[in-house]
Design a binder for this molecule. Structure first.
Ligand code: NAD
Length: 492
């Protein structure tokens, strides 16, 4: 890619330039250099894609599920063959370290593998003789054309939370990736083209609000999946509902980890440094608040301060970098501002990651690990998703208070507990109001055969991404009741 590379939409199996002509530059967050330009779709391109999808659906839904899967097997092999180049693309456009990029791509591929089980996953159920001589069946049928709108922070994995399930279930799928990271999804489309997936089964339109609105409003789209900030998730959820669409929207987060006195401190601080500062804190499963209970306070604070100071920040393509830049200069400014606000509201800065740079990459969007102590549970920092490498410490007397603090928050993506006590772990699992729980784990990311189970303001809808939830989301149930009277016996 070079700054002159013009990315294109992928519509009906053809690489299309924007009709509207509006483009944005795709910037490497570590260098500040433009890598390519991305076209912003208008309702014209979206309409074309939906119509191509509707055409393709006629054949695709009739293609046996065992044949549909074959394309996914090939796609999986192509992802493996091009694994390193795709991971490098993720790092270049998103900034995260190459190790993190490999990790997210691996999880994406696992979703393709799980969707290859569609012949079993899509099965319905049946009863004979619900009344004498009458049988009843439930079968699952695809919806038609479905769309997914994805965020910047996992350009390889998040499209694959949806795409493989949607198409294996017989739908035609349109991806609207984040305009900040469109190169990775271009890779995905290129590989599906090589796999000779029939035209129109998977398409991609680039863009922002206009493209999203057009996808939701189009009478031809049946379902919308969204992952991004809570503000936009709410908007998409309401708009899609208004237009009668099936919808699932994953939003932002502000995850809390609780550290009990009996936790193994060295392991806990290592795991929580990875959780808070991995992907530069730009993970919906990042722990941004750590609540110590009783005597955990001093040893944990010391260990975290050390981990924050020593984390190696650098260009993501350097194998020894442990943390890359944040996505944009605006994001950097917002994170730095939040640290200042938190200090004004009474928190103490133990490790300050503001105003630093990486040698040789002065134009990157660098924020180093930042540790704030004595964060007031009612302060702005405790209530806001910062989405950067900032960890706030809160100290409480007991586990009940720590759980109450989690439950008072508006988000519910994840909560983690560090302890050696099974009883404490059970209480936490039972009482904490979050949809993903980690016990002695800092990033409780569900495997692809489990739902990615956010709650509260972290999720709007009922069926989550991945696994069986994905299959249910992308299929509609049909119940058939049938009687076959025997004309010979005349028995009805
Ligand atoms: P974002 O909300 O800014 O953008 C997400 C998508 O929405 C993008 O495709 C973007 O083009 C589109 N969009 C932006 N503004 C829009 C508007 N006004 N109308 C319609 N569409 C619009 O999110 P982001 O900055 O790309 O990603 C970071 C956010 O995503 C964080 O809040 C993070 O917590 C969240 N996230 C959540 C999960 C989860 O599973 N819950 C996973 C990853 C990221």
């Amino acid at each position: 890619m070079s700054s002159t590379t013009e990315l294109k939409h992928f519509i009906g199996g053809t690489w299309d330039s924007s009709q509207a002509g509006e483009t944005l530059r795709v910037i490497n967050p570590a260098t500040g250099n433009a890598m390519s330009t991305v076209p912003m779709a208008s309702s014209v391109e979206v309409d074309l894609a939906v119509r191509k999808g509707l055409d393709a659906f006629q054949e695709w839904r009739r293609t046996p599920v065992t044949e549909r899967m074959q394309y996914l097997f090939i796609f999986r092999e192509l992802l493996e063959e091009n694994f390193e180049e795709i991971a490098r693309t993720i790092t270049r456009e998103c900034g995260k370290t190459i190790v993190e990029s490999r990790g997210e791509l691996r999880r994406g591929i696992e979703n393709v593998e799980v969707a290859c089980g569609m012949p079993s996953l899509i099965q319905g159920y049946n009863n004979e003789d619900v009344a004498s001589g009458i049988d009843e069946h439930m079968i699952r049928q695809p919806l038609g054309v479905v769309a997914a709108i994805t965020p910047f922070n996992f350009p390889g994995m998040i499209p694959l939370w949806f795409l493989p399930y949607a198409i294996a279930a017989g739908n035609c799928f349109i991806l609207k990736p984040s305009e900040k990271v469109p190169q990775t999804s271009t890779w995905l489309m290129q590989l599906l083209e090589v796999a000779a997936l029939p035209r129109g089964v998977v398409q991609m339109v680039h863009g922002g609000k206009e493209a999203v609105d057009a996808l939701i409003e189009h009478p031809g789209t049946r379902a919308v999946s969204f992952v991004g900030s809570t503000r936009i998730a709410r908007y998409v959820y309401a708009k899609a509902a208004k237009h009668g669409k099936r919808v699932q929207c994953q939003g932002g987060a502000n995850n809390v980890a609780v550290i009990l006195e009996d936790a193994e401190m060295e392991m806990t601080s290592e795991i929580l440094a990875d959780s808070a500062f991995g992907c530069a804190g730009q993970r919906c499963l990042a722990n941004s608040l750590a609540v110590t209970v009783g005597g955990a306070r001093d040893p944990f604070t010391e260990a975290m301060a050390e981990a924050s100071r020593t984390r190696k920040v650098g260009h993501g393509l350097k194998e020894d970098s442990e943390m890359g830049p944040v996505i944009t200069p605006e994001s950097q400014a917002m994170i730095e501002k939040m640290v200042g606000v938190s200090e004004k509201e009474g928190a103490r800065i133990l490790v300050d990651g503001r105003g630093k740079t990486v040698d040789g990459f002065r134009n990157g969007n660098w924020v180093f690990p930042t540790l704030m102590d004595h964060v007031d549970p009612d302060s702005t920092l405790a209530k806001t998703e910062v989405f950067g490498p900032v960890l706030g410490l809160i100290h409480t007397a007991d586990l009940d208070h720590a759980i109450a603090l989690i439950n008072s928050g508006t988000y519910g993506n994840m909560a983690c507990l560090f302890t050696r006590s099974g009883a404490a772990a059970r209480q936490f699992r039972y009482e904490a109001n979050a949809g993903n729980i980690g016990i002695n784990l800092g990033v409780a990311a569900p495997m692809p055969f489990y739902p990615f189970s956010g709650w509260k303001d972290s999720f709007f809808g009922s069926l989550h991404a991945q696994g069986k939830h994905g299959v249910e989301f992308y299929t509609q149930t049909k119940v058939v009741i049938e009687r076959w009277p025997s004309i010979w016996s005349r028995k009805f």
